[in-house]
Design a protein around this ligand. Structure first.
Ligand SMILES: Cc1cc2nc3c(=O)[nH]c(=O)nc-3n(C[C@H](O)[C@H](O)[C@H](O)COP(=O)(O)O)c2cc1C
Length: 207
């Protein structure tokens, strides 16, 4: 199958084009996407399959710069204390541990890459397969954003911070909500997309 990029296409993206062109974006113009676009992404998210029709997802949309900075700072502080154990998890490719620590100490560095918008998908604690449903919604949201020419990146490193009781109270979530998928969305800077190849699918059995 031919793989496409946005640049080589002169027609609307198909579903397969979007699957093959979506890549995590870590550099943004900082411009906020408008409310109508956010709504369109959330509408796409909730089309995901959902176990027993539970639709256990809850969405928090954060565009306020001070709130984004607050949760970025909390995340950075928490990672600085754990960095020796977990640096590999979200250390950008090739960045050594010392540089990673320097980045976490840099007041200008945002774990949300100044994307302008953060959508956090929370699961209602008790629903069956709630986490699976939320990740499927997350992928729908990211593919829809890609189709609209927007960039996204999962920010797993901020999950614990966004799962805190402080965050749940601030965002009006029930106490049993579970932060599953923090996703930044924004307008990519030119050349923001880094190549990210995949191995061939590892088929271990095909009877
Ligand atoms: C559960 C999960 C957590 C992630 N957390 C982070 C993160 O904290 N920061 C980050 O820059 N990227 C994060 N990513 C993005 C991955 O690094 C990225 O998906 C991977 O390198 C493959 O690249 P691609 O998305 O461009 O195909 C996360 C992805 C997933 C699925």
């Amino acid at each position: 199958m031919q793989k496409h990029t946005h640049d080589t296409l002169d027609r609307p993206l198909s579903a397969l084009d979007v699957i093959f062109t979506r890549r995590s974006v870590r550099s943004y113009t900082g411009e906020k996407i408008d409310a109508e676009t956010v709504r369109a992404l959330l509408d796409a998210a909730v089309q995901a399959p959902t176990a027993m029709r539970a639709e256990p997802w809850m969405f928090v949309v954060i565009q306020d710069e001070n709130v984004l900075k607050h949760y970025s700072d909390l995340t950075k502080a928490s990672w600085l204390t754990q960095v020796s154990n977990h640096a590999e998890l979200h250390r950008p490719h090739g960045l050594d541990a010392r540089l990673f620590r320097d980045r976490l100490r840099d007041p200008a560095y945002s774990v949300f890459y100044n994307a302008g918008t953060l959508v956090v998908i929370y699961a209602r604690g008790s629903a069956p397969f709630a986490t699976a449903d939320c990740w499927l919604a997350a992928q729908n949201l990211m593919l829809a954003a890609c189709a609209l020419g927007l960039g996204t990146c999962v920010i797993g490193s901020a999950t614990a911070t966004l799962d805190s009781m402080e965050a749940k109270v601030e965002f009006g979530l029930p106490a049993d909500a579970v932060a599953v998928a923090p996703i930044v969305v924004g307008i990519p800077d030119r050349n923001a997309v880094e190549p990210s190849e995949r191995h061939e699918p590892r088929v271990v059995c095909w009877k």
